[in-house]
Design a protein around this ligand. Structure first.
Ligand SMILES: [Zn+2]
Ligand SMILES: [Zn+2]
Length: 264
């Protein structure tokens, strides 16, 4: 059974600076263990739910903003057993690996040397991690080299969209998702460039029609407005079950999708 743990549900500058919600990323276990977007607090959050970084097989970094990458080197040290064993895979955007305009690079040569495999994630591409296919999807964001990750788990397609504006092509690339994980930064009526607000997320969910949508990456204003309230607006407008994630919430994908509110 595929299992996911939300190690953080905050996103954007102020949520991250003040840790109003944690920003540790998403952990996916499907025979292979993947840590997606380990931002600030990832190591601490792993400790809180007894997840062992030494058992992670791959670190995936969608783009080069601090709420997505700052704990990546720590997690690479974990995968490589403190640097004693060359081990693990890193999949990351061009900005994270090589640098792009104002962004990155974000992984030191030392940490690169600890890894077994490093692959650049570009939209339209794909790869496999121990037999699990990962597709790289497009985003429209202030890091133009950013990607989303669509993972073909044994329990269906799980799509982690990553930071983006509402865009027809981005939505189209998530088609067939059983679980759609959407970054909702702003509440209803408070759109800013490069991110989704609630009315945009509603259109996104309507276009993809997943079995379930899970919202995460909440900005400070959205947290103040109430994440559950935004989720119920989306659910009402789309007919798709929509959940506002909580820190350390876990999800089990079997015949049905089960949500556990906290802990593993
Ligand atoms: Zn972000
Ligand atoms: Zn971003």
């Amino acid at each position: 059974m595929t299992k996911l743990v939300f190690l953080g549900t905050g996103g954007g500058r102020f949520s991250t600076i003040y840790q109003i919600r944690a920003t540790g990323g998403l952990y996916l276990m499907d025979g292979v263990n993947m840590h997606i977007d380990p931002g600030p607090s990832a190591a601490h959050q792993m400790h809180c739910v007894d997840l062992d970084p030494a058992k992670t097989d791959a670190v995936l970094v969608s783009h080069c903003h601090p709420d997505h990458y700052t704990d990546a080197e720590v997690m690479i040290e974990g995968m490589s057993r403190g640097g004693l064993k060359k081990r693990g895979t890193l999949l990351a955007s061009r900005s994270v690996l090589e640098g792009s305009q104002l962004h990155g690079p974000a992984i030191s040569n030392y940490h690169r040397s600890l890894l077994d495999r490093i692959e650049m994630a570009s939209p339209g591409g794909s790869t496999e991690i121990d037999g699990v296919k990962v597709r790289f999807t497009s985003t429209r964001h202030s890091d133009p080299t950013g990607v989303g990750f669509s993972i073909e788990t044994r329990d269906g397609l799980v799509s982690y969209v990553s930071d983006t504006e509402l865009d027809e092509r981005v939505a189209r690339e998530q088609e067939g998702s059983r679980l759609l994980i959407l970054p909702l930064t702003r509440p209803w009526g408070a759109r800013i460039p490069n991110h989704l607000c609630t009315e945009d997320a509603l259109e996104f969910v309507k276009a993809v029609k997943p079995e379930m949508a899970i919202l995460t990456h909440f900005g400070a204003k959205l947290i103040h407005a109430g994440a559950e309230k935004q989720a119920s607006m989306i659910e009402k407008g789309t007919g798709v079950r929509t959940v506002a994630a909580h820190d350390l919430m876990s999800v089990q994908l079997g015949k049905v999708i089960r949500i556990h509110r906290s802990g593993s």
